[in-house]
Design a protein. Structure first.
Length: 641
């Protein structure tokens, strides 16, 4: 075909016909008028679920915060306005974008000339900046720091400490992401077993914290660091180690799969390797991996900001006030019957701003990456080589990945009260545990069915619309906001919302709806990324029946559907925070049951280890079965192709 696109068009009777470059394939579809109303009930149910269980409770929390602490809300609003102003200035400031793109591509622009050009002339290259833009950048920066400083001063000393530690947790999540990407690139040509590395991803944070507490503070053993300060430092190390253990292996495996896809494309591989220095290679790799980095970064950042159950199980009650996070502090405010609900609502707002800023930084310029489920023949794969150093590193990594699980198995046999798998007190005879696991499984399966059934038609509709339309961009931004919205914004009023609808919050159906509403935004984002049409697809499929297109898209995007289902199953099975805040102890998921027994940690160490190991088996088996077939292609294939 020629380079001029208009030369391939045939105009006749007001129609523009384009010559097909490939032979048509597939069965013929009837050309009758499509019945788009057939899928509107699905859109309505999804919108009602998100509106009633996410947006409505979040708006209630915001209103309570405004009524209770208007000054804190004002400071947080200033920070949000500053970030929004940054976004608009970034769009309408070509020199800044050109300068940033040069840095990401590994070039080294001359700082003095670029700075003077930006301030005086507008950046060169034919771009003339209005005189107000440098002043607008200054105002945006001033507003942001004023909002952050004002919110910090408005928080008292007891409230500010948990937020500082939460910032540390979010930074740790970003460090884990970078380390996983670096390891994936470094080991791309080495042999690496994925099975032991991904196992921690399926383990509940509660069980992970339990395993690391047994490793670092086994009953009867002395702490390695003396004094209260030493014990606090040691517990913080255990918390960070448990969080890194839960995420590093899975992130490494996903990034390595994405790197393998890049290696199968000679053009993109040459673009990365031709950068020259190692720093430029890393910058170009990150540029290509940024869409994958966005999705995984959102998930890990939200997990770091909402860290809750690890702290409750690892840190003893006497030291939790010195090591708690913003989520734990908020839980204490909500649980106090004498506390003002508006105070707890206001306390959750800075966390929303923190996670929202992190999400905005991750999603910058991702929209320009066009993806789609295009079947392509990969190049000849690189044969992994086995070197002594690489084999030793892989062996150590595998041992570190399965070590806490082996520790749980060992502690369940050598506990202070004897083996936990034998005798009258055997955990296998713990009927309450099995009932709690069945109830949790019912909630997980029900929520997964609702999420997949509602998210796929909505994602298909969003993917079929041009990404240049304003409402398409607004929908994606809204989904990102709902994805990173901390649970504190909606789990407070959600119990009253369910009761107003005539549904007890402790029922199985109520928990299914709550978990489905929470999982819908990220599920729609993942499926939309898998179904997103190429730039020149336009309105492809507009004359096809909606359910026909949905069925064909499901066949093409089944790995993404499976990935969403597996992620929802694992997330709901391992949930602790939402079940505690929505249903309390009435529903009794297995994690709440173990939390009650963990209060006597010294006496119940063996039983806790055995029960945690048993509860970790279902998600472990599910992850092993679905990792290569569903999760890896579902989370990486649609974003890097």
């Amino acid at each position: 075909m020629s380079g001029d696109r208009t030369s391939d068009l045939i105009r006749a009777h007001g129609l523009d016909l384009e010559v097909a470059a490939v032979r048509p394939a597939g069965p013929l579809i009837a050309g009758r008028r499509p019945r788009r109303w057939a899928v509107w009930p699905v859109y309505a149910v999804a919108a009602a679920l998100i509106g009633l269980l996410l947006l409505g409770p979040a708006a209630t929390t915001l209103w309570l915060a405004v009524c209770s602490r208007p000054l804190l809300v004002t400071w947080c609003g200033l920070a949000v306005v500053a970030v929004a102003l940054w976004s608009q200035l970034w769009k309408h400031d070509p020199p800044i974008r050109t300068f940033s793109a040069a840095i990401w591509r590994g070039r080294s622009p001359r700082w003095r000339s670029v700075l003077s050009s930006w301030i005086v002339r507008g950046g060169g290259g034919g771009h003339r900046r209005p005189r107000w833009q440098p002043a607008a950048w200054t105002v945006a920066v001033a507003l942001f720091f004023a909002g952050i400083a004002g919110a910090a001063m408005d928080l008292n000393e007891n409230w500010l400490g948990p937020y500082v530690r939460t910032v540390i947790w979010v930074l740790c999540a970003l460090v884990i992401l970078v380390v996983a990407l670096e390891l994936a690139w470094w080991s791309r040509a080495h042999w690496c077993p994925w099975q032991p590395l991904v196992l921690p991803f399926a383990v509940s944070p509660f069980v992970a914290g339990l395993a690391f507490r047994l490793l670092g503070e086994y009953p009867g053993a002395r702490a390695p660091l003396p004094g209260i300060s030493g014990e606090r430092l040691w517990l913080m190390v255990l918390l960070i180690a448990a969080f890194a253990w839960s995420w590093l292996g899975a992130l490494f495996a996903l990034f390595r799969a994405a790197v393998a896809v890049i290696e199968s494309d000679p053009v993109r591989l040459g673009y990365v390797l031709d950068a020259g220095s190692a720093r430029r290679v890393r910058m170009r790799l990150f540029e290509l991996m940024r869409p994958v980095f966005l999705i995984l970064g959102l998930v890990v950042a939200v997990a770091a900001a909402r860290i809750f159950d690890i702290i409750l199980v690892v840190v003893p009650g006497s030291l939790q006030y010195t090591l708690d996070s913003a989520t734990v502090q908020w839980w204490r405010l909500v649980s106090d019957p004498a506390a003002d609900p508006g105070v707890a609502a206001a306390y959750s707002l800075p966390l929303v701003v923190l996670v929202g800023i992190a999400a905005w930084l991750l999603q910058t310029d991702v929209r320009r990456h066009r993806v789609g489920w295009l079947h392509r023949v990969p190049a000849a794969p690189v044969r992994p080589r086995r070197s002594v150093r690489g084999t030793a590193a892989v062996t150590v990594a595998a041992l570190l990945s399965v070590g806490p699980l082996l520790a749980l198995a060992a502690f369940s046999w050598v506990g202070t009260g004897g083996p936990a798998f034998t005798g009258r007190e055997s955990v296998l005879r713990h009927h309450e545990l099995w009932q709690a696991m069945l109830a949790t499984g019912a909630v997980a399966v029900g929520a997964t069915i609702v999420v997949v059934g509602l998210a796929f038609p909505v994602a298909h509709r969003l993917a079929a619309v041009s990404t240049e339309r304003w409402w398409s961009r607004a929908s994606v931004v809204g989904l990102v906001v709902l994805t990173v919205l901390p649970a504190q914004m909606y789990v407070g009023p959600i119990r009253r919302e369910l009761e107003s609808l005539g549904m007890p919050a402790s029922s199985v159906s109520a928990l299914i709806l709550v978990h489905a509403a929470i999982g819908l935004p990220i599920a729609i984002l993942i499926l939309r990324g898998a179904l997103l049409a190429p730039r020149d697809a336009g309105g492809a499929g507009v004359l096809v029946q909606p359910w026909t297109m949905v069925g064909r898209a499901a066949v093409a995007a089944w790995p993404a559907i499976g990935a969403v289902a597996v992620l929802e199953l694992v997330q709901v099975w391992n949930d602790f925070f939402v079940g505690l805040m929505v249903s309390g102890a009435d529903m009794s998921p297995w994690s709440l049951l173990l939390w009650g027994e963990a209060r006597q940690f010294q006496e119940n160490a063996a039983q806790l280890a055995a029960a945690g190991l048993i509860c970790a088996v279902p998600p472990l088996l599910l992850l092993i079965v679905s990792w290569r077939r569903l999760l890896v292609p579902g989370l990486t294939g649609g974003f890097v192709r």
